[in-house]
Every structure is written in structure tokens, then in C-alpha cells.
Ligand binder design. Structure first.
Ligand SMILES: *[C@@H]1O[C@H](CO)[C@@H](O)[C@H](O)[C@H]1NC(C)=O
Ligand SMILES: *[C@@H]1O[C@H](CO)[C@@H](O)[C@H](O)[C@H]1NC(C)=O
Ligand SMILES: *[C@@H]1O[C@H](CO)[C@@H](O)[C@H](O)[C@H]1NC(C)=O
Length: 335
């Protein structure tokens, strides 16, 4: 071969060779980083970065990645909040101080906080998860958010077994969070009313429990560890209510109070914190069939939702809009 022909061949082969080198390097990089599993959904990140889509939602506010109330918040400002719970902390400051003093940790885990791109899965409790076999996929997200007392043990195949954040309130707390959570799951209290903070304070300080003011008796003994407890900033419920559900500041008399579901709230929290938000287990069966189960566990049917403090139709429309705008992505087909 002449020198020129060799050169031509070399130039033709070069991209192929480079491609393989890059490919093997990246494989090696992934295998060596983080031990067992590479960052599995990293490939999604450049395309799914939320910032642009967030701007398209026209909420006229920036994202707020600090999710939890902090003790320091109380020392520099006289009035943090013009509203009472569930949308602000007015009137609950002292209760909160006591609670926060006992939990003393107010951040997300450092290994998630430091990620360049955070992938999140918000797992609703919906019947759609049944037989979905999504468990393995759900476990791959950096942050898995679960709601209330949704079980994991016995349902791993469909819902996975990883839980980074669990949003709950006293009535939806399970007595031993160790059963359906990981040791490092953050148990995030969503305070809807003062009693919710009082419940946590009484448990943290082992004071006499006051049982009044709950729509369902909360656990009197609760085994959540103080280091794992967080209190969600009421900001998130307030903005979910005002900007998504258009719930007025002063609801008219006679009108039943409507609050966002923990599910919609969790989606909004994820939109603030994550770069990728995927959801599963959202949605209710068409309300014609009152006997249709609504959760992937247990026997609850549509009937039990009749008197809830939620506007399920409106929430479904909002999720639909977010999906259409590419802000969230469902992990399963849905109606
Ligand atoms: C956006 O927010 C700013 C201040 O927070 C306010 O002055 C302005 O009127 C808002 N714009 C719209 C379109 O809501
Ligand atoms: C789920 O799978 C089980 C076992 O294969 C089956 O009996 C059940 O009907 C399925 N349920 C749904 C909702 O698909
Ligand atoms: C989840 O299940 C896998 C496989 O069974 C297991 O290796 C892992 O330790 C479990 N993780 C948690 C947090 O339970």
C-alpha cells in the first residue's frame, strides 16, 4: 500500500476506533463509579432538564430546592408567614421551634444533594401499579417519593423497595415506619393543622398525647427516628393550592375546604427539586364504577373518596396538562 492509501484508511477508521474507545471508556466509567449500579437515567438528563419547562408553566416564580423547614428560619424574621396552616406557619411558630429543635437536621441526604442531575419518581398509590412490574425501574431513580402509608413489602415487584422521601400526616402515619421504608428514608411531615405539629411534638418529647382534632386516630406510639424526620415547608402546599388548583385565599362560607392531595403536592415538590420527574400510580378509576379498587393494596374503593377534601377531577386535569407539556412523564399507560 502506498503511504497515501494507508492514510486514507486510517482516516476512515479513525471515527470507528474513537467510537469504540469512547464506548468502552464510558462503560468503564459507569462501572467504576458508584460500585454496583451506574447512574442509570443520566442519559435522560440533558433532554429532560426541567428549568425550561418550568418557565413554560408561567407560574411566575423560581424553583425552590430547599424543601424543609429549618430551625434557623425562625431567628431572623419576625413574620415568616402571613397565613396559618396548612398554607403558612402563622400561629404555629413555637410548636415548630420545639419540633425542629428535636429533629435538628433539615436537609436532603448529601449524596443526592450533590448530584449534577437528579432523577425522581413520584409513586402514587393508584391501582394502575398492580401487576405493572415497574419495581426494578422505580428503584433506579435517585429519588423515590412515596405517599402516606403506601406499603412496599409484598409489592416490591410492582412498586420497588426504595423510598427516599415519604410524605405523610399523622392520620396517614404507620406505627412502625421501619417496615415499609429504608433505614435512611426521610419521613416528611406535611402539616395540615396545628394538631399535626402537636402530635409530632408529643411523640418527640414523649408527652401526654392529645387525641382531639384528628379525622382518624393517629398512632400514639410512632417509631420514626428523629434524625430521619423532616417538616415540609408549607410553601409547597400553598403554591400547589394557589397556582395549580386556584383555591382562593379566603374560601367562601358554606363551601367545604378543599386542599391538594399529597400526590399532587409531591409532584410539585419534585418539580422544584428534581431535573427529571417521572410518575406512576396516579389517577383514579372512572367514577361510574364505585366498586373499583383505587389502590394497588387493600380494599378501598371509589366510594371512600366521596367525602374527601380533594378535587380529584381538577387534579387529574392538572396532571394531564403537565404531561402534555412534557413536564412529567408517566411510567405506564393511563386514561
Ligand atoms: C409576577 O410576580 C411579580 C412579583 O412577585 C408581580 O409583581 C407580577 O405582577 C407577577 N406577574 C404576573 C403575570 O402574575
Ligand atoms: C394481577 O395478576 C394476578 C396473577 O397473575 C391476577 O390474578 C390478577 O387478576 C391481576 N390483576 C390485575 C389487576 O391485572
Ligand atoms: C431491595 O431489594 C433488593 C433485592 O431484593 C435488595 O438487595 C435491597 O437490599 C432492597 N433494598 C431495600 C432498601 O430494602
Amino acid at each position: 500500500m502506498t503511504l497515501k492509501a494507508t492514510k486514507t484508511w486510517f482516516l476512515r477508521l479513525l471515527p470507528v476506533v474513537l467510537f469504540f474507545i469512547c464506548y468502552y471508556c464510558s462503560q468503564f466509567y459507569f462501572e467504576s463509579s458508584g460500585g454496583k449500579s451506574p447512574h442509570p437515567t443520566l442519559a435522560l438528563c440533558p433532554n429532560y432538564r426541567l428549568q425550561k419547562k418550568w418557565e413554560n408553566l408561567n407560574l411566575n416564580m423560581s424553583r425552590k430546592p430547599e424543601l424543609f423547614l429549618k430551625l434557623e428560619d425562625f431567628f431572623w424574621k419576625d413574620h415568616l408567614s402571613a397565613e396559618a396552616l396548612p398554607y403558612g406557619i402563622k400561629g404555629s411558630e413555637l410548636l415548630l421551634l420545639k419540633v425542629l429543635a428535636a429533629i435538628s437536621s433539615f436537609t436532603m441526604p448529601a449524596n443526592i444533594e450533590s448530584l449534577d442531575c437528579r432523577t425522581c419518581a413520584v409513586i402514587g398509590n393508584g391501582f394502575a401499579l398492580k401487576n405493572s412490574s415497574l419495581g426494578e425501574i422505580i428503584n433506579k431513580y435517585d429519588v423515590v417519593i412515596r405517599l402516606n402509608d403506601a406499603p412496599v413489602r409484598g409489592f416490591e415487584e410492582d412498586v420497588g423497595n426504595k423510598t427516599t422521601l415519604r410524605l405523610f400526616y399523622p392520620e396517614s402515619a404507620s406505627y412502625n415506619p421501619g417496615i415499609h421504608n429504608d433505614p435512611d428514608t426521610l419521613l416528611v411531615l406535611v402539616p395540615f393543622k396545628q394538631q399535626d405539629l402537636r402530635w409530632l411534638k408529643e411523640i418527640l418529647y414523649d408527652e401526654k398525647r392529645v387525641q382531639k382534632g384528628f379525622w382518624k386516630p393517629p398512632p400514639q406510639i410512632w417509631l420514626g427516628r428523629a434524625s430521619q424526620i423532616r417538616v415540609l415547608d408549607p410553601y409547597f402546599l400553598r403554591i400547589t393550592a394557589r397556582k395549580f388548583l386556584q383555591i382562593p385565599v379566603q374560601p367562601r362560607k358554606q363551601q367545604k375546604a378543599v386542599h391538594p392531595t399529597t400526590g399532587l403536592l409531591a409532584v410539585f415538590v419534585a418539580l422544584n427539586y428534581c431535573d427529571v420527574v417521572h410518575v406512576a400510580g396516579f389517577g383514579y378509576p372512572a367514577s361510574r364504577n364505585q366498586n373499583q379498587p383505587i389502590h394497588y393494596y387493600g380494599q378501598q374503593t371509589m366510594k371512600s373518596m366521596k367525602n374527601s377534601y380533594h378535587d380529584l377531577n381538577q387534579e387529574a386535569q392538572i396532571l394531564h396538562r403537565l404531561e402534555e407539556q412534557g413536564v412529567i412523564l408517566y411510567l405506564h399507560p393511563h386514561s
